[in-house]
Ligand binder design. Structure first.
Ligand SMILES: NC(=O)c1ccc[n+]([C@@H]2O[C@H](COP(=O)([O-])OP(=O)(O)OC[C@H]3O[C@@H](n4cnc5c(N)ncnc54)[C@H](O)[C@@H]3O)[C@@H](O)[C@H]2O)c1
Ligand SMILES: [Zn+2]
Length: 369
């Protein structure tokens, strides 16, 4: 088991990574007694997450549970309305603690619920997908969607604790694992050469080989969260740039998710295409050496993700890019590479360079679909 602690100006988040983590609940030791827990749990985890409420009860907490259906539509003000009513009716107060047990959609929605109900209750994040364990579970970004765009309504609200229980990963589909691996690759390629080499070396016979080693998952989740911790500690509110580097592959990734209506790609799959685009763009702009770029692309193309669907008009794509949250003054911002492990933010990419990149991507084959 590994532990980390995210230390911020006004809060700390303690992080546990390993197996059988309900046993670590006793280490939480939050002030206030008796403790009341309000658990919002992805319905698919009714059986596998049982140990969490059983353990809390054993430790003397009073527990209320509500199951939710994990999906992007959970991340909406409309879906939160009955959850606020539930908290009010059950008498949740400022001494209560909210638990989000599920993937990124549950974490984003429940974190937002916890941060807005009574102007903010403490919450505990129990991410259960690989993507959520390496990324969304830590860092305090919570949000719901608006029909005009994703994650547009949100707040920063740090969880008091994050439990990345690797036992949850056993029931994930291959597709969910690859989506998580997309985010893991992002950390390696953008920020950590050693992590990238590890991924590269151990996936030559197929990327799922990466999960075969018993310690691999712990190492991968821990490596990513260490990088995330460093970025968030420098730039909690995403204003100074170091958190922005975590968006490597996301400018185009978000475009692909948006233009396919969010149902076609898993988030990490779209990021895989986005990273291939960012690598191409980095070579095109002469920032990244061709040999290194090709090596990264070879690794990324081993992650089997659905094809990019059809060709879309460039003008519409460019318009979408300009509307992205990461754009400034209508100019899209990209994270480019100088070498593996060294990413830089760039806001001078031209329309023509983006056109060439999208044309190149449209000519590449996806693995699946
Ligand atoms: N807050 C952040 O910093 C941040 C960062 C990255 C992504 N996100 C958000 O995360 C969301 C995507 O997260 P996600 O991919 O985890 O999606 P998700 O929560 O929809 O989970 C994906 C699927 O896996 C199922 N599932 C969850 N845990 C499981 C388990 N242990 N075994 C089997 N099935 C399980 C879910 O029911 C769902 O069908 C997006 O909304 C994205 O915007 C947020
Ligand atoms: Zn992401």
């Amino acid at each position: 088991m590994k532990k980390l602690q995210l230390n911020l100006q006004h809060s700390t988040s303690r992080v546990w990574i390993g197996h059988q983590l309900p046993d670590c609940l006793k280490q939480l030791q939050l002030p206030g007694r008796p403790l009341r827990a309000f658990l919002l749990v992805d319905g698919v985890l009714k059986q596998t997450a049982k140990a969490w409420w059983e353990k809390l009860e054993e430790l003397g907490w009073s527990v209320e549970i509500r199951f939710v259906r994990a999906s992007e539509s959970l991340k909406s003000l409309r879906s939160l309305e009955p959850l606020y009513s539930w908290l009010i009716r059950k008498g949740a107060d400022r001494h209560s603690v909210i638990f989000a047990i599920g993937g990124g959609t549950v974490g984003d929605a429940v974190g937002f619920l916890a941060g807005t109900y009574l102007r903010g209750l403490r919450w505990v994040s129990v991410p259960t997908t690989l993507l959520a364990q390496v990324d969304s579970g830590l860092g305090g970004k919570t949000a719901v969607n608006h029909h005009l765009g994703k994650n547009l309504i949100g707040i920063f609200h740090q969880p008091v604790a994050v439990f990345c229980d690797l036992d949850f990963l056993k029931t994930l589909s291959e597709r969910e694992l690859i989506s998580g691996l997309g985010e893991i690759a992002k950390y390696g390629i953008a920020l950590d050469r050693t992590l990238f080499r590890y991924l590269e070396k151990r996936s030559r016979k197929g990327v799922l080989e990466l999960f075969a080693h018993p310690r691999a998952m712990e190492y991968l989740v821990w490596s990513c969260l260490k990088l995330k911790k460093a970025a968030v500690e420098k730039d909690e509110l995403d204003q100074k740039g170091s958190r922005a580097l975590l968006n490597f592959g996301h400018t185009l990734g978000h475009l692909f998710e948006a233009e396919t209506g969010y149902g076609y790609f898993r988030h990490g799959e779209a990021v895989v295409w986005g990273m291939r685009g960012a690598v191409f763009l980095s070579m095109l702009r002469g920032r990244l050496q061709e040999e290194e770029g090709r090596e990264i692309d070879q690794f990324l193309s081993r992650l089997t993700v659905p094809k990019l669907p059809g060709k879309n008009a460039f003008s519409a794509r460019w318009r979408r890019l300009k509307l992205d949250k990461k754009s400034k003054d209508g100019v899209p911002r990209f994270v480019l590479l100088e070498k593996v492990g060294r990413a830089v933010s760039d806001q001078t990419v031209s329309q023509d360079e983006v056109r060439k990149t999208l044309n190149w991507l449209d000519r590449q084959k996806g693995g699946r679909g």
